[in-house]
Design a protein around this ligand. Structure first.
Ligand code: FEO
Ligand code: CA
Ligand code: CA
Length: 637
């Protein structure tokens, strides 16, 4: 599906927008540079200056950028700086273990797809088995493009297509290993997928899983095939991710609403708040009644959660952790607090939605010793940003006076409604969040917003004279002593756009980019930023000259930013992780060859891209790429 989030809005609450908060903060300070300008970070005086001082030099000078930034590109290939190599490790349809091979005409069956790498890979994690040379990669397969998935597109639909579509979703787990070999005079390292592997696994849109937390067992989660409200088939639209200190993977359900189609009857208030209406083009409902809302109204209440998976136990049952809330989760980034509790950050990726934080009640090791999941027992909060540069976490608990009429299950099922009620700040599409562990600083991308809005006019008016935010921004917040504090201070790390075009007001120091999505703090402190400009605007309009989607590296102290990678045509660059030694980096390339508008012609799948297989291939394929430095050094050094 083409990314239509830019036009979706379902938050009609009167809560203030982040845009309003920023404007007020600027007017209070009396100078642009204090908050978002480049000058403020260098010379910001007074209160703002002290805010800046609160962000310690975490990256230290170890994290310096040592490569030459590359230019923008519209080539149908992955481009990296001189001295680096990028190789495809696995692509959609390749077997995860010793299963069937990919058929370039898209004719693999549903049963075959269930043993192959899923479609349109997104966030992932490398779990070491043997340090930096052998490990597991668990990667989300966010969604499908039916035109590429099937030989004949999706005009005709049947049960086999539903089955294959579900099988191409979910999570793929592979074992990967590196070997060094001599190439001429050099020793080169090569990564490969280990086949067969006892860990390899596909989790799909049909895999049995359980529900835990306050919503589990609630009547609103019961369906005609599950009278317990505790068992669900599959996970859908897994976007970004997280991982826990106890070694599990977190896959996050994002745009789950699009699979559920209300064909008749009245849309409920809850359905409206989550955008469940006429669907977004997926056709599973044609053959599978669980996606027909009028027949199975509670099925959609079983999606929109964070799913916990143990990648080292291939027969384990995934668990949807409802305590972390039901929303369009981008990711679920886990940070261990100094007192041993865990904090989980998760953004709700839609225009004017919120940023959330989970804090476990107990230190995670204590909880697990007692047989309690730190993802079930704790408090979910939502962020409020204030114009004085501070912010607070508002607890989403029945004891909050604003939620006096709510139960814990109500909050877990209608998390958005609860956040509306407590007065959270409406953001510009929160995407990934990561942390700088030593400096108690979190960093998040707000990818863009095609609308501006005020509390009284919640952004539904495209003609609103307030300036839209087509390029997005990167924000930070930080604490004084520990991650669990109820208040924080915040600033804007980068307002995106082209710093050489005055009208963009961009505060980037270095190479231009926009629509930041993936963000990742490497162990060295180097900050990696990936872009997801929608295919309808790539290199055109506001994005003319920005080229294909890309990945940049920023120095978190100086904020200098250099372009490191440009993806092939029509792709989004999403998902990045390094090995512990930072000498190998895995990067996800999603939906190469996506149509700029409408859909690809099923008779011509390579209309917009033939990456990665080129002439030998039948259709473009989302892939996981591995990057190494030719001299064996750290990536970005
Ligand atoms: Fe799946 Fe918000 O990107
Ligand atoms: Ca994303
Ligand atoms: Ca995105």
């Amino acid at each position: 599906m083409i990314d239509t989030k830019e036009d979706i809005i379902s938050n009609f609450s009167g809560n203030p927008t982040f845009d309003e908060v920023v404007e007020e903060r600027i007017s209070r300070r009396g100078f642009l540079g204090g908050v978002i300008g480049t000058a403020g970070l260098v010379a910001g005086a007074g209160a703002v200056g002290s805010l800046m001082n609160a962000v310690p030099a975490e990256a230290a000078r170890r994290g310096k950028l040592g490569f030459t930034g590359i230019p923008t590109s519209t080539a149908d290939t992955v481009t990296v700086p001189e001295g680096y190599s990028a190789e495809v490790l696995i692509a959609w349809g390749d077997p995860v273990s010793n299963g069937p091979a990919f058929k370039q005409d898209g004719s693999n069956t549903a049963a075959e797809q269930a043993q192959q790498w899923g479609m349109h890979n997104d966030g992932f994690v490398y779990f070491p088995i043997s340090g930096s040379t052998r490990g597991l990669i668990a990667q989300n397969n966010e969604y499908i493009d039916p035109v590429l998935l099937f030989t004949d597109g999706d005009a005709v639909w049947d049960q086999e297509k539903t089955n294959k579509g579900l099988a191409a979703h979910g999570v793929s787990v592979i074992e990967v290993a590196q070997r060094r070999r001599r190439k001429g005079r050099r020793i080169v390292s090569e990564w490969r997928v280990v086949r067969p592997s006892r860990y390899a696994r596909r989790i799909t849109g049909a895999t049995p899983m359980t529900l835990a937390g306050p919503a589990a067992g609630d009547p609103r989660l019961m369906t005609s095939v599950d009278a317990t409200g505790r068992n669900v088939f599959g996970t859908l639209n897994n976007c970004a991710m997280g991982f826990t200190p106890w070694g599990t993977y977190l896959a996050c359900e994002e745009n789950f609403n699009g699979y559920f189609v209300r064909g008749s009857g009245t849309q409920s208030v809850l359905e409206r708040r989550y955008g469940i209406s006429a669907g977004s083009g997926y056709k599973f409902h044609v053959t599978d009644k669980r996606f027909r809302v009028e027949e199975e109204p509670n099925e959609a209440n079983r999606f929109g959660y964070v799913v916990e998976i143990d990648p080292f136990r291939p027969s384990s049952t995934p668990i949807k952790r409802t305590a972390l809330g039901r929303l369009k989760h981008e990711g679920a980034w886990v940070q261990e607090a100094r007192d041993g509790r865990i904090v989980v950050y998760t953004g709700d990726d839609e225009q004017f939605e919120y940023i959330y934080r989970w804090v476990s009640r107990l230190p995670w090791q204590v909880a697990r010793r007692r047989g309690v999941s730190p993802l079930d027992d704790g408090i979910l909060y939502v962020a409020k940003f204030n114009a004085n540069g501070s912010g607070e976490w508002l607890p989403l608990v029945p004891s909050n006076p604003a939620l006096a009429a709510w139960t814990a299950a109500d909050i877990a099922i209608n998390t958005r409604g609860a956040a509306d009620a407590v007065g959270a700040t409406k953001m510009d599409r929160p995407e990934w969040i990561d942390t700088f562990p030593k400096s108690l600083t979190a960093i998040a991308t707000l990818t863009n917003n095609s609308r501006r809005g005020t509390g009284s006019n919640p952004g539904v008016d495209k003609a609103n004279p307030r300036t839209p935010n087509p390029y997005g921004h990167v924000i930070r917040w930080w604490y004084q002593k520990d991650w669990t504090e109820g208040t924080f201070l915040w600033d804007i790390f980068a307002l995106c756009g082209d710093p050489e075009v005055l009208a963009h007001n961009s505060t980037i120091i270095g190479d231009k980019y926009g629509s930041p999505d993936g963000i990742y703090v490497a162990p060295s402190g180097r900050l990696w930023i990936q872009t997801d400009v929608s295919s309808s605007t790539v290199d055109t309009g506001a994005y003319a000259g920005f080229g294909n989607n890309q990945m940049l590296c920023a120095d978190p102290v100086t904020r200098e930013t250099r372009r490191f990678l440009v993806g092939p045509k029509g792709c989004e660059v999403t998902g990045v992780f390094v090995t512990p030694d930072e000498k190998s980096m895995f990067v996800g390339i999603q939906h190469p060859g996506e149509a700029p508008s409408g859909s690809i012609d099923p008779a011509n799948p390579k209309q917009y891209s033939s990456w990665p297989d080129g002439d030998a291939g039948g259709r473009p394929r989302s892939s996981l790429v591995v990057i190494t430095k030719d001299d064996g050094g750290q990536i970005g050094s």
